[in-house]
Structures are given as C-alpha cells and as structure tokens.
Ligand binder design. Structure first.
Ligand SMILES: [Zn+2]
Length: 321
C-alpha cells in the first residue's frame, strides 16, 4: 500500500472508536505484499453478510468472499470457531463491520492486524458526526442508514483498488453501480415509510438495533431487549413503553431473526391485559441477513443487504400504516 493510502485510511480510523491498529501501519505494511501478487480470485473473509455484500458487489469476479456469520447468527455473541481462524489467517483481505459489533471476535481481528494482516473495519469510513452513541460507545448498527452504508462502500472500493491496482477501474465501476442501487433503495424506503401516518411511526423491536434507521427515516424507535436485560429501573421503562403503546394505539411491534422473541411476546401480553390488541407485525432482519435463495432476484432476496432492507420496510409499513 502506498504511503498516501496508509495515511488516508489511518485518518478514517481516527474518527471512530476503532483502535488505529485496524488498518495496516507503515511498519506493518512491510510484512504483507504492497499489492496483490498471488492468483485470482482474491480471498476475502467478511464477518457479516451485510459486509460480505459490499465486497462481493465491488470485487465481482476478482474476489471470492467467505462470510463467517450466516443467517440468524447474533454477531454480538459470536465466538470464532477453529475453522474461522484458519480462514482468517489464509485470507488476502479481511473486512468486518466494527464499532464493537463483533464483540467477541474483536480480539482475534485486532491480533491479526497486529501481525500485519490486512484487516479493515468498513465503519472506519464514518465520522463522529455520522455516528450515534452514548457513554463513549458508538452504536454499531450503521447499515440501517443506507446513506451511511454507502459511505462504507467507498472504503471497500479504496482498499480493493489499492491492493489490486490492476483492476482499479473495475472496482470503481462496480462500486458505482452498487452505490447507485443503494441510493435508489434509500429513496424507495423514504417513499414507502411515508405511507405510515406520522402519529403511528413508532418502531418497537426485540433489541436496540434500529436507532440509525429511526434517525434517517424519521421513526421513533425502542428496543425492548436493550432495556430489559438491565436493572429494576429498566422494568419501569418497559412499563412506560407499554403505556405509550396503549395510549397511542400502536398496531404492532416486531421480533428479530437473530434475537429471542420472548420479551416482545411479554410486551404484547401486557398491552392486551390493558385492553389494547397489539400484534406481532412480523420478523425483521436486524444483525444478520436471511437465507440466500439463488433463484430469487436481489430485491426480493432476504439473503442480500438490499433484499433484507426491503423485507424490513415492507413488513413495517404493512403492519403500521
Ligand atoms: Zn445488534
């Protein structure tokens, strides 16, 4: 990697809570080849399906992407399996989401980075102003704001172009194509969500994953699990949540594919006890993609980022409008 590239990536790194060690330093860069010198396809390992989609679309035929966390897998709790370590060691490039999404895998990724491996957090493309958080900890669920995810695509494009300059133009063109699809998705989501009356734009889900979604698309969001796993005061917050749902006659709340639904069910029952018939509006994909279906187009395929976002928005709009 050229010095300018190292500096640029290091600069991106400074703006997030990621340790600067997530990008190769000048000293480490001597340990790995400056640019791709092996055979094709370039071997890339990604943590989540959402990150995998960024790399697959940008890299096209020049990359082979392996995603560690499949459908229904909770990245906050995921631990590396022995086979993962082998894959990570052998990869030419590793991309992860970052901001401590991969809680238990972070140590492994940081240690690879210290060994001079090429390991990149896609969210290091974001600035402090882009991010939400409290107590010095940033919220990692940035893919729920499509425009932020579009910025992360830019980092993937730059890393691939610098690592494999022979195909720079191809990476730029493919990232631009996928980027246009992402911006169209963002527009579609805004139009769809506008169908929900303003007073009914309340999204209650199993855990606190939708804050970026709420900020970007003007919906109030509440995560039950984020509240209930804590103290006594949190039980009061759940009670306050139930009172709000009853008072505003909110029609539905939602379960998530990677989180246990029992807390959501409990809120539904509390509302019913107070005479408000609320229902479970469906299952949302939050921290993992759905099952990839090879015969289904991307827009309808829950195993892709675009398909997953469209599924979520359709489910939310149908239940709340
Ligand atoms: Zn989460």
């Amino acid at each position: 990697m050229c010095l300018a590239g190292v500096l640029m990536l290091a600069l991106w790194g400074c703006n997030s809570s990621e340790p600067p060690a997530t990008v190769a330093t000048q000293k480490d860069a001597a340990l790995v080849p400056k640019t791709h010198s092996g055979s094709y396809p370039i071997r890339v390992v990604c943590t989540t399906g959402m990150v995998g989609d960024l790399v697959r679309h940008t890299g096209g035929e020049h990359v082979q992407v392996h995603v560690l966390m499949g459908p229904g897998v909770d990245p906050h709790l995921y631990k590396a399996r022995p086979n993962d370590l082998r894959l990570l060691q052998q990869a030419d490039l590793v991309f992860y989401s970052g901001l401590h999404l991969e809680g238990r895998l972070a140590e492994v990724l940081e240690s690879l980075s210290r060994q001079g491996r090429r390991v990149y957090a896609v969210t290091s493309a974001l600035t402090a102003e882009d991010l939400l958080g409290d107590g010095g900890q940033f919220d990692p669920h940035v893919w729920f704001d499509v425009r932020l995810w579009h910025k992360c695509l830019g980092l993937v494009r730059e890393v691939l172009a610098q690592y494999d300059p022979a195909h720079r133009e191809s990476y730029q063109a493919q990232a631009e194509r996928y980027g246009a699809k992402l911006l169209a998705l963002d527009e579609w989501m805004r139009n769809q969500l506008a169908q929900i009356p303003k007073t009914q734009r309340v999204l209650v889900t199993a855990h606190d994953a939708f804050r970026y979604f709420g900020r970007a698309y003007e919906i109030e969001v509440y995560g039950i699990q984020g509240i209930s796993t804590e103290s006594e005061a949190s039980l009061r917050e759940i009670d306050a949540l139930v009172q709000m749902l009853v008072a505003r006659r909110i029609k539905a709340i939602f379960v998530e594919s990677s989180v246990n639904p029992r807390h959501v069910q409990a809120v539904v029952e509390s509302c019913r006890r107070q005479g408000h018939e609320i229902r479970i509006g469906g299952e949302l994909f939050s921290d993992a993609l759905g099952e990839f279906r090879p015969d289904v187009p991307e827009e309808e395929n829950p195993g892709t980022y675009i398909g997953m976002m469209r599924h979520n928005v359709r489910t939310i709009v149908e239940a709340l409008r």
